[in-house]
Design a protein around this ligand. Structure first.
Ligand code: PFF
Length: 453
């Protein structure tokens, strides 16, 4: 297709599932449970919901407005709504952030596939030390993680070159329901384990004693990450929404689906962990070191069920990662083919190759190339830090200021389509959050992360 024709998602459901596919990812199934585990369980979760409602939702709506108004890639969408002024560079920052994440996100998606493979080939058996060694040997290996990264990126590439409707929308309509079904089946299996109720209580009975300012800031950061905010994805996908789409309703539906998946993932991990007496506060290693051991022990007397559960878990983790990766890839592909006036296929190829290079460097920085570090951190962590802790808050903050104070009110209001008499009320609430609530909160997290406050 020529790069001047613009497609839309073919159906409302397709648009919601594709955007929810971007939001639902490793952040829900991997990051959310360990953050909840470290920060007081239910108390963290309630604060997290508050952050989604008060901050995440308005910011998502803000990106929807810019994306749908521009009907083009994120950089050009910011440029259009700003009348070509320097504010367009926030859009460029979004594209850059999305691009930089794509590489290391593909590496972690590859790890998920390795764990599917390891489950099938019976490698996930041993004592707790075995699982720790297994993960560190694998992630530091120079070849296997690269192989799986390559597999994930090729699959993503194939989806992207099939276009917005034939690729992204079609695959999201297949993968998202599959992911839900797998997740619900796993929740049932985990909640039927002995002592599962302790895990359920951990998830639903708040321990306010653990709540500190760090818990608030962690919940806020997680809500942005989980909803894919400030990384170009939401804006790019909204550019494929039709004029009839009710943006508020869509933002609500997507945030609700995203939060539901996070809670369901918690309902798998916590009951399973508590049933074998493991504390779910082992940080980032929870999914790749603690959980294989938990599954093995929890289903010790029915090893086949243990294998099936492990397979379903890493399968669904891979699917969740894949749908997010597709959206990340699309941000840069749309940018390249619209800005450089090249074909979509060529744009996709450039993104695929550069993602492979970045992914390989990130992966190798954990092992053979450990000399590739910055301030003592492997490049892998540097990418995570720079995108998530620096670019994301800067992009989010500037977007709120831009929408709240710079873009003419009427332009923003015109995007509140299909709200009848409630339009004014919603618009005023949105404007207030964009002007005051969101920028102040984002600034506070940012300064706290930098150790200034
Ligand atoms: N929201 C995704 C997750 O929770 O894993 C991660 C992500 C995807 C972040 C796409 C940013 C993005 F643009």
């Amino acid at each position: 297709m020529s790069n001047t024709e613009r497609v839309n998602f073919g159906s409302k459901l397709g648009a919601i599932l594709a955007t929810a596919g971007s939001a639902v990812g490793l952040g829900n199934v991997w990051r959310f449970p360990y953050m909840a585990g470290e920060n007081g369980g239910a108390a963290f979760i309630l604060i997290y919901f508050g952050c989604v409602l008060i901050l995440g939702l308005p910011c998502m709506l803000g990106e929807f407005i810019i994306g749908r108004h521009g009907a083009s890639n994120t950089y050009r969408a910011y440029s259009k709504i700003s009348g070509g002024s320097s504010w367009k560079y926030i859009g460029f920052l979004g594209v850059l952030t999305g691009f930089l994440i794509t590489g290391y996100y593909a590496v972690v998606a590859g790890w998920c596939l390795q764990y599917v493979f390891a489950t099938i080939t019976g490698q996930l058996h041993g004592d707790p030390q075995y699982f720790a060694d297994y993960f560190s040997n694998f992630s530091m290996d120079p070849f296997m993680p690269l192989f799986w990264t390559l597999v994930v990126i090729i699959v993503t590439h194939v989806v992207i070159i099939n276009g917005v409707r034939g690729g992204i929308e079609k695959i999201s309509k297949m993968l998202m329901p599959t992911l839900f079904i797998l997740l619900v089946m796993m929740v049932v299996a985990a909640c039927l384990l002995p002592n599962a109720s302790k895990g359920i209580a951990f998830l639903f009975v708040p321990d306010w004693g653990k709540v500190t300012s760090d818990v608030f800031l962690g919940a806020l950061g997680q809500s942005f990450y989980s909803l894919s905010i400030a990384m170009g994805c939401i804006c790019t996908f909204a550019s494929y929404f039709s004029r009839q789409t009710n943006l508020i309703k869509s933002a609500l539906q997507i945030s609700a689906l995203d939060s539901l998946v996070a809670i369901l993932a918690g309902l798998v991990i916590f009951p399973a962990a508590f049933s074998v007496g493991v504390q779910p506060n082992s940080g980032a290693s929870l999914v790749f070191i603690t959980l294989p051991n938990v599954f093995q022990q929890a289903f010790g007397n029915q090893p086949l069920i243990g294998v099936i559960v492990s397979l379903m878990f890493y399968g669904l983790l891979s699917l969740a990662a894949l749908t997010s990766l597709i959206s990340l890839h699309e941000v840069s592909t749309a940018f390249l083919y619209e800005e450089l006036h090249i074909s979509r296929k060529k744009g996709a190829l450039i993104v695929t190759i550069s993602t492979l290079v970045i992914g390989s460097i990130c992966s190798l920085s954990l092992g053979n190339w450990s000399g590739l570090s910055f301030f003592g951190k492997p490049l892998f962590e540097v990418f995570d830090f720079v995108t998530g802790q620096i670019f994301l808050p800067i992009g989010g903050f500037l977007t709120c200021i831009f929408l709240g104070w710079i873009v003419p009110k009427q332009v923003v209001k015109d995007e509140f389509t299909n709200w009848g008499t409630l339009k004014g009320t919603f618009f005023n609430f949105f404007l207030f959050t964009m002007r005051f609530v969101c920028p102040v909160c984002i600034l506070v997290i940012f300064l706290h992360q930098l150790g200034v406050i």
